[in-house]
Design a protein around this ligand. Structure first.
Ligand code: F6P
Length: 319
């Protein structure tokens, strides 16, 4: 392989820039030409491709977002769209592609690989929901952003003796809610992977206040329901007053944590090594603290599993 390209796709995640930097620098270190595709798969279809140099990725390791921009492309989901994308790559002499994104982006990469263009995927999403890797880029930064918000909300919850419901992102996954709930000392955590009963939530709130607890924090993953919906239910079922806080896209922004910068650098460099060996249809990830590569098909064969022991622990510690 002499020339490869890199793109970021789907919802952005802090650390994507660090991954782009690693891909560009490692490719040049290995003697490859490296192009950046702007605006994700949609930009690929439209031929938004530029050659990148060492200096193109200077001063970005500490920045949130993605210098390559990101997009969700409906056109790329069609075979016609993917063929257009492929011909843009061929026109530019690109023989391999690094895709930085979440599972939707991985699916696109798998299909592009099937059309004959080797793709290697780097997991980057705050949802931490990609099968086969323990950590995705952006998850650690989002955790810290949410923890900061929980701590602040807890201050005012204590002062006013209130119960707060904090809604966090994660799409259909509960990792962000579970980790932040545990780290933030939440009294209740609701995640899509675990069944919950409204009477149990009410019971926990009542027994807490019976013991003299003056405030409570409930973390609800967006994949379960919205914070205002839960507030409505608690009011209706038990006349419990709560305040809702929906953290929203603040969770996707900000300067990446040191940990996200490190794994982004490792994953990006590993992706280039794999492509240089001429291998495609591969995902990069972390298993037992080691950076690994594995078949993209593994990502889709089973759903991402939740750490059930951690969920159990969070319940034990918040009695
Ligand atoms: O996948 C990242 C994520 O932030 C999810 O947590 C959330 O459900 C979704 O993207 C929001 O997408 P958008 O920014 O397109 O509204």
């Amino acid at each position: 392989m002499k020339k490869i390209a890199v793109l970021t796709s789907g919802g952005d995640a802090p650390g994507m820039n660090a991954a782009v930097r690693a891909v560009v620098r490692k490719a040049i270190y290995e003697g490859l030409e490296i192009a950046g595709v702007f605006n994700g798969y949609q930009g690929l279809i439209e031929g938004k491709i530029e050659l990148l140099e060492l200096g193109s990725v200077g001063d970005i390791i500490q920045r949130g977002g993605t210098m390559l921009r990101s997009a969700r492309s409906a056109e790329f989901r069609t075979l016609e769209g993917r063929k257009k994308a492929l011909s843009q790559l061929q026109k530019n002499g690109i023989e391999g592609l690094v895709v930085i994104g979440g599972d939707g982006s991985f699916k696109g990469a798998q299909e592009l690989t099937a059309l004959g263009l080797p793709c290697v995927c780097v997991p980057a999403t705050i949802d931490n929901d990609i099968n086969g890797t323990e950590f995705t880029i952006g998850f650690d930064t989002a955790l810290n952003t949410v923890i900061d918000a929980i701590d602040k909300i807890r201050d005012t919850a204590t002062s006013h003796e209130r119960t707060f419901i904090i809604e966090v992102m994660g799409r259909n996954a509960g990792d962000l809610a579970l980790w932040t709930g545990l780290a933030g000392g939440a009294e209740t955590i609701l995640i899509p992977e675990q069944k919950y009963e409204i009477p149990d939530i009410i019971e926990r709130l009542k027994s807490g206040s019976g013991r003299g607890k003056k405030h409570s924090i409930i973390i609800v993953a967006e994949g379960v329901m919205s914070a205002p919906e839960l507030a409505e239910i608690l009011k209706r079922e038990a006349n419990i007053e709560t305040h809702s806080s929906v953290l929203g896209h603040i969770q996707r922004g900000g300067s990446p944590s040191a940990r996200d910068r490190v794994i982004a650098s490792q994953y990006g460099a590993k992706a280039v090594e794999v492509l240089k060996e001429g291998r495609g249809g591969i995902a990069i990830g972390m298993q037992k603290h080691v950076v690994v590569d594995y078949n993209l098909t593994d990502v889709f064969e089973q759903s991402n599993s939740l750490d059930v022991a951690m969920y159990k622990l969070s319940k034990e510690l918040s009695i």
